[in-house]
Design a protein around this ligand. Structure first.
Ligand SMILES: Cc1ncc(COP(=O)(O)O)c(C=O)c1O
Length: 370
């Protein structure tokens, strides 16, 4: 298997710890270990006395129970914990795909959702969201592009980078098509829980259909990327067992302190998520007025969920714009071309507290350029 460089990660490797004003991060404001330990009286002592032997390969029973409680119709035995969402994507693609299979991927997409499949020799068909309709996915495209070789359809809802969120009918129709044509649905739900209106929250695909695999992680909704704890939920026992067996070749089991801290955080998820949504809502207000002041340069479409959006740049080259911006002002945006050729958009992140600091610098850069 030969994997191409992960464009987005290479871009972050260049700037993440040098550019002072990160304005394109895909997660929410993080917390410290101390912040988490203060959530419960005995937590400090419990963490200190934690045994650092190998942990249970499927994930600790307490953590799996907490994760399962995020899904009304999933039991702890249907949760498999991984090292981040990234490991789960890698393992899933390797378990289910063979050379010559077809996989259809909601696009633009987080690169590993297509790249791992490509490296296995699968044919990747992109299923593009429509930018003129809020990045909506058209199920008719799927009807027309599914073949007898289609093994997997990937959806990412809420979506990175556009914040697109379909309605529940979309999920039901996708499920019916999966029943009819027999493909698996890999549903990347790492932003689930960050819907601005809770009524917009979709049921997870794993709950809707046994052919569904739902992906979750501590990194985005909870802002705890450094824990490197992700998971899949599925009612498909055969697939679950195959994924569990594959994990013996990647990480075997998870970090014990991370599992402890993730369990603790999930027990207190409501205040953590409320805080993150509070940051997002405040930042969205600032962004709405910023983009209203710069209609000549950008096309803004407010997402329905999550801490990122994908506004359009109306100037000549979005790559050049982002490169000049970071060089002159230290503000990092992410050019849409990192998601694939032809995206004249950029990713902007608003899940962190630094937005109020970054935005005036971006505005100053625009003023200087006039
Ligand atoms: C849509 C999506 N899926 C999966 C991942 C991987 O998550 P993690 O880095 O926490 O493993 C990311 C990270 O940016 C993502 O945006």
């Amino acid at each position: 298997m030969k994997l191409k460089p992960f464009r987005l990660e290479r871009y972050f490797a260049q700037y993440e710890f040098t550019a002072p004003y990160l304005l394109c991060c895909s997660d929410c404001e993080s917390l410290s270990v101390g912040d988490l330990l203060r959530l419960e009286q005995n937590a400090h002592e419990e963490l200190s006395s934690l045994w650092l032997g190998y942990t249970e390969s499927l994930g600790s029973p307490e953590l799996r129970a907490q994760i399962a409680s995020l899904y009304p119709n999933i039991s702890p035995g249907q949760i498999l914990v991984h090292a981040g969402a990234e490991e789960a994507i890698f393992n899933f693609m390797n378990v289910v795909l063979s050379a010559g299979d077809q996989i259809i991927v909601h696009s633009p997409y987080y690169q590993s959702l297509g790249e791992v499949a490509r490296s296995i020799g699968a044919d990747v068909t992109e299923w593009p969201g429509n930018p003129d309709r809020g990045w909506e996915l058209d199920l008719q495209f799927l009807v027309e592009n599914v073949t007898d070789r289609t093994r997997v359809v990937v959806v990412n809802v809420p979506h990175n980078p556009t914040g697109y969120l379909p309605d529940p009918r979309f999920m039901q129709e996708l499920s019916a098509l999966s029943d009819k044509r027999g493909f698996l649905v890999f549903s990347d739900e790492v932003y689930r829980g960050l819907e601005y209106d809770p009524a917009d929250r979709l049921p997870s695909f794993a709950e809707i259909n046994e052919r569904g695999i739902s992906l979750g992680v501590m990194s985005k909704t909870y802002g705890l990327a450094g824990l490197r704890i992700g998971w899949v939920a599925t009612r498909n026992k055969e697939l679950f067992d195959a994924l569990a067996a594959f994990k013996d070749y990647t990480t075997i089991c998870n970090s014990a302190p991370s599992e402890y801290l993730a369990t603790l955080a999930l027990r207190h998820r409501n205040p953590i998520v409320e805080r993150n949504l509070g940051i997002i809502r405040g930042n969205l207000g600032l962004l709405a007025s910023f983009f209203a002041r710069h209609r000549d340069l950008f096309e803004w479409h407010e997402p329905k969920a999550g801490p990122i959006a994908f506004p359009r740049y109306l100037g000549a080259s979005v790559e050049q714009f982002c490169a000049e911006l970071v060089r002159q002002s230290g503000v990092l945006l992410l050019p849409g071309t990192l998601y694939g050729q032809g995206y004249d958009c950029f990713r902007i992140g608003f899940g962190r507290n630094n937005l109020a600091e970054c935005l005036p610098r971006l505005e100053q850069f625009l003023e200087n350029g006039r």
